[in-house]
Design a protein around this ligand. Structure first.
Ligand code: IMP
Length: 174
């Protein structure tokens, strides 16, 4: 079986949108300190670019989450593989996600974080696939809405491959 990558969003389109999102977030928080919670692993590239367009006092923390295994369908069980390094009580938290698909991961994280007493919890996602939603989640800052295709690149993987692509593409097989 041969595999081909078809570009869906170019590196330039992504960079332009990430810059806009950074400006939007900067405006919205108006100098309030922010904690960016980067959901690993898929969001590491998006978060690295996004934080450089946010002009606020911020700290960055990382959360490891697994819901997929090796396939392209979520198992529906969200497992925390690495917790935050510091408490978030009294902080404004912005969860940075690569993609909201079924919504189960974000819904789980919102529930979890609310038990920790933050001042606010919002969500910034690069991509959203509304066709696949299993629970309704509010994405406060969204890069792109996409159709129901499994995408890779710019941090997103298929069985750990393709994270290093500078663009977002669809894997096609013949
Ligand atoms: P959700 O819990 O179904 O919303 O899925 C969220 C997580 O599933 C994302 O953070 C990704 O890691 C992964 N995911 C969902 N759709 C895709 C995709 O099209 N490509 C790669 N990973 C995906």
């Amino acid at each position: 079986m041969s595999e081909r990558l078809v570009e869906m969003l170019s590196a330039e389109d992504i960079q332009a949108r990430v810059k806009e999102l950074g400006a939007e977030i900067t405006q919205a928080y108006k100098d309030k300190p922010l904690v960016l919670v980067v959901v690993l692993k898929g969001s590491f590239i998006f978060a690295a670019d996004l934080c450089r367009h946010i002009d606020l006092p911020l700290r960055v923390d990382f959360l490891g989450v697994r819901s997929y295994g090796e396939g392209t369908e979520t198992s529906g069980v969200v497992q925390i593989t690495q917790d935050l390094s510091k408490p978030i009580a009294g902080e404004h938290v912005l969860i940075v996600e690569d993609i909201v698909d079924t919504g189960l991961t974000i819904a789980h994280l919102m529930d979890l974080f609310r038990t920790r007493g933050p001042k606010s919890v919002n969500v910034c996602a690069l991509l959203h696939k509304p066709a696949r939603a299993r629970v309704s989640v509010k994405v406060d800052y969204l890069g792109f809405t996409i159709e129901d295709k499994f995408v890779v690149g710019y941090g997103l993987d298929f069985a750990e491959r393709h994270r290093n692509l500078p663009y977002i593409g669809i894997v096609e097989r013949d």
